[in-house]
Design a protein around this ligand. Sequence first.
Ligand SMILES: Cc1cc2nc3c(=O)[nH]c(=O)nc-3n(C[C@H](O)[C@H](O)[C@H](O)COP(=O)(O)O)c2cc1C
Length: 173
Amino acid sequence: MVEPGPDEGELHTILRAGARVPDHGKLAPWRFILFRGEARAQFGAELARIHAAAQPGATEDQIAFEANRLTRAPVVVAVVSRVTPGIKIPEWEQLLSAGAVCQNMLVAATALGFGAQWLTEWYAFDGEVNRVLGLGENEKIAGYLYFGSESVAKDERPRPELSDITSNWTPAR
Ligand SMILES: Cc1cc2nc3c(=O)[nH]c(=O)nc-3n(C[C@H](O)[C@H](O)[C@H](O)COP(=O)(O)O)c2cc1C
């Protein structure tokens, strides 16, 4: 994705849409970390460092690829899922709410005319990256959401036939 990305007001709209999701128990079991401007390359430098340490055989090209991950779009938002264990609201529901946050943001960005993509990739599941991000014990990355203008039109992918995934419930005999 290329410039322009969402400006301050548009990003605010996207984030507000993200924060306006079904949330059982009013827990707000999520938070957002923004990567804009130089912060994208600075975070990329951390990814390159962590990748190089974990993969001593990594080539310079591979390390450069990691360094440039977040510069693939003008704005990246990490949606952090923050689960409170041992309360009345099941953890499953708290996690689902974080998924709804991601989808609402994609829909909002698309409605504003931007490209929007939900990626996880390895750096959503890495303890050292989580430390760099300052994630707490009960926090996980739900997704890195990439926003910008589409440089190429997206290919449509096969979608399931509704008839394959839909049924009418009937009582057991
Ligand atoms: C939680 C989650 C993580 C995803 N992570 C990746 C990923 O790491 N790499 C990838 O190519 N697609 C990933 N996807 C798929 C893309 O977000 C998206 O479905 C795909 O680009 C097609 O977009 P569309 O369904 O809006 O057309 C992920 C989707 C979800 C829901």
